[in-house]
Design a protein around this ligand. Structure first.
Ligand SMILES: *[C@@H]1O[C@H](CO)[C@@H](O)[C@H](O)[C@H]1NC(C)=O
Ligand SMILES: *[C@@H]1O[C@H](CO)[C@@H](O)[C@H](O)[C@H]1NC(C)=O
Ligand SMILES: *[C@@H]1O[C@H](CO)[C@@H](O)[C@H](O)[C@H]1NC(C)=O
Ligand SMILES: *[C@@H]1O[C@H](CO)[C@@H](O)[C@H](O)[C@H]1NC(C)=O
Ligand SMILES: *[C@@H]1O[C@H](CO)[C@@H](O)[C@H](O)[C@H]1NC(C)=O
Ligand SMILES: *[C@@H]1O[C@H](CO)[C@@H](O)[C@H](O)[C@H]1NC(C)=O
Ligand SMILES: *[C@@H]1O[C@H](CO)[C@@H](O)[C@H](O)[C@H]1NC(C)=O
Ligand SMILES: *[C@@H]1O[C@H](CO)[C@@H](O)[C@H](O)[C@H]1NC(C)=O
Ligand SMILES: *[C@@H]1O[C@H](CO)[C@@H](O)[C@H](O)[C@H]1NC(C)=O
Ligand SMILES: *[C@@H]1O[C@H](CO)[C@@H](O)[C@H](O)[C@H]1NC(C)=O
Ligand SMILES: *[C@@H]1O[C@H](CO)[C@@H](O)[C@H](O)[C@H]1NC(C)=O
Ligand SMILES: *[C@@H]1O[C@H](CO)[C@@H](O)[C@H](O)[C@H]1NC(C)=O
Length: 618
């Protein structure tokens, strides 16, 4: 017995030393601090290194803010006044790996410093923030406000990067802006990060509140995790404090700065209430209260109290008796998930038990809103869209291509259950390069518009796109021949290849489908293209090969006998003559008809402009 507990204790001491050492030496390497809109590196008064965002973000405009007295970070911002559906910073450092936890913070400058007016007459700027594929928070700040807004979230990385995005709330809403973005690693042992794994959620921080320390806030380096502990007071209560060391090992989980436990507010009566504003419409919250019994006269049973949230008892297992749990001058935390009707505030009521002689108290509180972590788009979508972006020079589009719903790339239409991309609408996007071969992997595609760009090279193999109905590649500089597989796409209704530099013979199978009115097929404006229905085309490689094999057959037959050869030659001549005649005949009859057909489809607009796509989007 004795030896077991000794070795267990020994092990825990070693572990703690190793933990402290690794935190001390590596914490800052997991820090990423971005000064948005700035163009130089610097180290601030707390030893935090800031980098400008010009290597991380090519979009938006850097804006110098009028009031630079507050903070270097807040003296500039990046304004995203373009029309993209979102603008994402891809945050990464050596600590960002799948499953690792981070505190993500966006610093939004005070409303009074923004040299623009909000679009809404109520005087509030509004825009959306997104983390990976999930909506995070609507920023809402009054234009005259002099408050700095630091929005915090606890996030679990899905891979080697975390996308933090800014978006207009509506297409004609306010342009988003941001002054600073930081990433801080969090241990997986915090009450809150343990909960994140249990519930598969991310946490929107609604407050880290410190009751008692007479400063406006405490953060790094006193808080090694760089949480902002904002000071607040409890109504109808008095402050007590101690200089004595606090035993943090009793509750080292949450790693609060020691000074937070050295002061507390104590109620003047048998109960006190805290009214914590919850923002937003979440109805599941997580609250963690932190206590330390620093009154040296207290013993077990002296200070025992219950906690209610909007009248619902939280301390269901047993009431809080900090001294009984951890003794004097030791940290103690109580965490609970609170499910309430969505509302604007939660009123916590700390009430003494009847037998308790001393009144309830509090050192600090944390409040979070729980949000389900959504998936990212499937890997096939992500890798294929990456390939399209790289090949066509569209790397300005960042973040998840489809998610969150409503914030996908404006040139993609994703299926509602996000299992595939159904349309690509890149008409007149000033896209360069070749049509990526990877497009053939997006088998859910029904519409592809890439007209009016500067696309070069050949039309790739798209034969796997069996659902494809519309393919518009007009007004580019594509070369090579028209692939014959296009006629085998069962659902293709519109094929527009006009105004390119395609060459060779138009596959007759396509022309036949056009004649049969099952395909609106446009190919004019390709000077080197030959239409076998109206002209005698120079034999293509394909025809030459079949002629060669016919010769081989003829030669083989000649070995069999001269009489048979005569019959064979006669048959071949007759057959090819008849075929030519009948195809000419068909061509003559159907030419006018097919032109009429095309004019009709052109006037309906489907073949050339992208309206049907936008209709689909609505
Ligand atoms: C964005 O704002 C900057 C600075 O005000 C301006 O120069 C630029 O033209 C704007 N861009 C757009 C797309 O409105
Ligand atoms: C932070 O810690 C330092 C050193 O321990 C201490 O001197 C300072 O007062 C602390 N700051 C706050 C805000 O408590
Ligand atoms: C701190 O608390 C732990 C756990 O309650 C206890 O084992 C340890 O003896 C305490 N240390 C001090 C210095 O009181
Ligand atoms: C809590 O605060 C909110 C917002 O300040 C207020 O609307 C509400 O009435 C308060 N509730 C109580 C019970 O004081
Ligand atoms: C807090 O709880 C006490 C005891 O249950 C009750 O008397 C008091 O009215 C409550 N206060 C508020 C603001 O809910
Ligand atoms: C796209 O083409 C334009 C001119 O046509 C050229 O200036 C630009 O460098 C090209 N971009 C890429 C990514 O190839
Ligand atoms: C997704 O939706 C498509 C139709 O939009 C449907 O065919 C497919 O079965 C759905 N997939 C899943 C996994 O729900
Ligand atoms: C997608 O297409 C490319 C090129 O055609 C191919 O190399 C790749 O293996 C395909 N599959 C996936 C899953 O990307
Ligand atoms: C074109 O793609 C399809 C489907 O991926 C494949 O079966 C076919 O072999 C490809 N054709 C060529 C010529 O590469
Ligand atoms: C198509 O154009 C590219 C250059 O853009 C060239 O390399 C290629 O040989 C051309 N192909 C044909 C069939 O003319
Ligand atoms: C179009 O293709 C032909 C070969 O088919 C080539 O000679 C010509 O230079 C190309 N024209 C352009 C503008 O690329
Ligand atoms: C192609 O360009 C011509 C002339 O610039 C224009 O009239 C036509 O509408 C364009 N077609 C498409 C499909 O973009």
């Amino acid at each position: 017995m004795a030896s077991i507990s000794f070795s267990a204790l020994f092990l825990s001491i070693i572990l703690q030393m190793a933990l402290l050492w690794s935190i001390g030496s590596s914490l800052r390497t997991g820090f990423t601090s971005i000064d948005c809109g700035s163009d130089f590196d610097y180290t601030d008064g707390d030893g935090i290194q800031w980098v400008p965002d010009n290597n991380l973000m090519s979009e938006g405009t850097s804006v110098v803010l009028p009031d630079t007295s507050i903070d270097l970070v807040l003296s500039t911002m990046r304004l995203f006044n373009g029309s993209q559906s979102k603008y994402c910073y891809s945050l990464s450092n050596s600590a960002v790996t799948a499953g690792a936890f981070f505190l993500v913070r966006a610093a939004i400058p005070p409303g009074k410093n923004i040299p623009y007016t909000p679009k809404n007459p109520d005087g509030y700027f509004r825009f959306e923030m997104i983390i990976d594929g999930d909506r995070w928070q609507e920023v809402r700040i009054a234009s005259g406000d002099d408050q700095l807004y630091a929005y915090d979230a606890y996030v679990r990385a899905k891979g080697s990067k975390i996308d933090v995005c800014f978006a207009r709330s509506t297409p004609d809403g306010d342009a988003p802006f941001v002054s600073g973005l930081t990433l801080r690693p969090l241990p997986d042992t915090l009450t809150s990060t343990v909960l994140m794994n249990e519930k598969n959620c991310f946490l929107v921080c609604l407050g880290h509140i410190n009751y008692g320390v007479p400063l406006s806030w405490i953060r790094f380096p006193n808080d090694t995790l760089d949480r902002y502990w904002i000071s607040d007071e409890v109504q109808d209560a008095y402050l007590i404090s101690t200089q004595k060391a606090i035993n943090m090992t009793a509750d080292s989980l949450d790693q609060l700065p020691e000074e937070i436990f050295q002061t507390s507010w104590i109620s003047l009566g048998e109960y006190f209430t805290l009214n914590l504003s919850t923002l937003g419409n979440d109805n599941v919250h997580h609250v963690v209260f932190h206590f330390s019994e620093i009154d040296s006269s207290v013993d077990t049973g002296f200070r025992v109290f219950s906690i209610f949230a909007n009248g619902v008892l939280l301390t269901t297992e047993e009431p809080i008796d900090v001294f009984a749990r951890v003794g004097a001058n030791a940290a103690y935390s109580f965490g609970k998930t609170v499910t309430l009707d969505a509302g604007s505030s939660i009123v916590f009521n700390f009430t003494s038990l009847h037998e308790s002689t001393l009144d309830p108290f509090l050192a600090a509180a944390e409040l979070f809103a729980l949000r389900e972590i959504g998936a990212l788009s499937p890997p096939l979508i992500i890798t294929t869209v990456e390939a399209i972006k790289t090949t066509l020079g569209l790397s300005r589009y960042t973040g998840d291509p489809c998610l969150p719903v409503g914030y996908g790339y404006d040139w993609l239409h994703c299926s509602t259950n996000n299992t595939g991309i159904t349309a690509i609408s890149l008409s007149n996007y000033e896209a360069n390069g070749t049509i990526p071969a990877e497009l053939n992997n997006l088998t859910t595609l029904t519409e592809v518009y890439m007209n009016g760009n500067n696309l070069k090279g050949e039309i790739p193999n798209l034969s796997a796109l069996e659902l494809l109905e519309i393919l518009d590649l007009s007004n580019n500089s594509l070369n090579g021949s028209i692939p014959s597989y296009l006629a085998t796409l069962k659902n293709i209704k519109v094929l527009n290849l006009q105004n390119n530099n395609l060459s060779g013979t138009i596959p007759t199978s396509l022309l036949q489908r056009r004649q049969a009115s099952s395909l609106s097929f446009e190919f004019s404006g390709n000077p080197h293209l030959c239409d076998p229905m109206s002209t005698q085309c120079a034999p293509s490689t394909e025809t030459r090969q079949s002629q060669k094999s016919r010769t081989t057959i003829i030669v083989g037959i000649s070995v069999a006998g001269i009489l048979l050869l005569g019959v064979a030659v006669g048959f071949v001549t007759y057959f090819s003559h008849k075929k030519k005649k009948s195809s000419l005949h068909n061509g003559a009859i159907h030419k006018g008809l097919s032109e009429g057909k095309f004019a009709e489809s052109k006037s309906s607009g489907i073949s050339t402009d992208s309206m049907p796509f936008h209709k689909t989007l609505e």
